[in-house]
Write a protein that binds this ligand. Structure first.
Ligand code: FE
Length: 341
């Protein structure tokens, strides 16, 4: 219902008369699913006077909608999670190149597309291992390769192989270990499952705490959310489960990104560039960290988040988001062949 109302408001703003035309607006198609982003958007309006008409939806729905709307699309900016989705949107010709010294200088190349100005990552997340403190020694589960080792048979929880977080991780495995070893790894994951893949990342962490499995694979921020929670049941989960950042001795921990770009048919291109530049500002970068426990992509961006501070510094896998995106179709085929549902 809320989405319908937003759509109607957006439609009326677009066909509206002079009053609407004079008001500076940005039409944002948003597939980030985090409540805490509200402050991020409100702050942009406060700083620029540009009103945001936001439509929230699922990642693939938003992509399809922009494609379907074509030249008539009111969308100025598309925000989503995962490099592969951004790359897919780019290959479908949805994004316009953005000329911006701010974005170029602030966002490192590994968080952008190969041309460097079609899409931009604004925050990154680590894919990590959650383990039961009483049952597992962290040094036994500190690489992604070990997730497929027979020693974890019947002990692993992970969400669907079709989810982008796992698909992109699979792309990284292909890059680091080659096709054969990567595909064997996917089969090993399936062989180690404690249960059929189900639920989101938080469900895997809870399943470890509940004793259904000894280890789970998750993005770090779902655990950070539990750390920050005041609910006794969440605190109990954190008491039982800890994280290990895999592959510290070798390639570094795998990352996935959240980002976006300006759309080719954006009616408000000036506002779109301003918004993207805002997302790379010190202030917005701090919001990604403080609001949603993600790390800012802008080097040296300051933030104050006790959960992230507790996780400490770690070695990141430097594979570019564009490289990962390129290999995700192959990754998905391997996941399917392995039966990682
Ligand atoms: Fe997520």
């Amino acid at each position: 219902m809320k989405r319908l109302v937003t759509s109607l408001l957006l439609a009326s703003a677009l066909v509206g008369g002079h009053a609407a035309a004079q008001e500076k607006v940005l039409n944002l198609y948003n597939a980030r699913h985090y409540q805490t982003d509200e402050a991020l958007y409100a702050n942009f309006t406060k700083a620029t006077g540009i009103k945001i008409n936001r439509i929230d939806g699922k990642e693939d729905e938003m992509f399809e909608r922009i494609r379907r709307e074509g030249t008539a699309s009111p969308a100025d900016v598309f925000l989503t999670v995962d490099a592969a989705r951004l790359q897919l949107a780019d290959e479908a010709g949805l994004f316009a190149p953005v000329r911006s010294k701010v974005l170029e200088s602030r966002i490192p190349a590994e968080f952008r597309d190969t041309l460097g100005n079609h899409w931009f990552g604004f925050s990154f997340r680590a894919r990590v291992v959650a383990y039961h403190k009483d049952k597992v020694k962290p040094e036994d589960v500190d690489t992604f390769l070990e997730m497929a080792d027979p020693k974890l048979k019947g002990k692993l929880c992970v969400r669907s192989g079709g989810h982008v977080y796992n698909r992109t991780l699979m792309a990284a495995m292909i890059h680091h270990h080659g096709d054969q070893k990567a595909e064997a790894w996917a089969r090993g994951i399936v062989a180690n499952l404690a249960r059929e893949p189900k639920g989101g990342d938080t469900d895997q962490i809870r399943a470890v705490a509940a004793g259904e499995c000894d280890v789970g694979i998750t993005n770090h921020y779902y655990y950070a959310r539990l750390m920050a929670s005041t609910k006794p049941e969440d605190q109990e989960v954190v008491r039982r489960v800890a994280l290990v950042f895999p592959d510290q001795g070798t390639v570094g921990t795998h990352l996935n990104i959240s980002g976006g770009g300006m759309l080719k048919h954006a009616p408000n291109k000036e506002a779109a560039v301003k918004f993207l530049e805002y997302l790379a500002s010190d202030e917005a970068q701090a919001y990604f960290a403080n609001g949603n426990n993600e790390w800012p992509v802008v080097p040296g961006a300051k933030f104050d988040n006790p959960q992230l501070a507790a996780m400490g510094k770690f070695k990141v896998d430097k594979l570019s988001a564009a490289t990962l995106a390129r290999d995700t179709p192959k990754a998905q085929r391997m996941i399917d062949r392995a039966g990682w549902k």
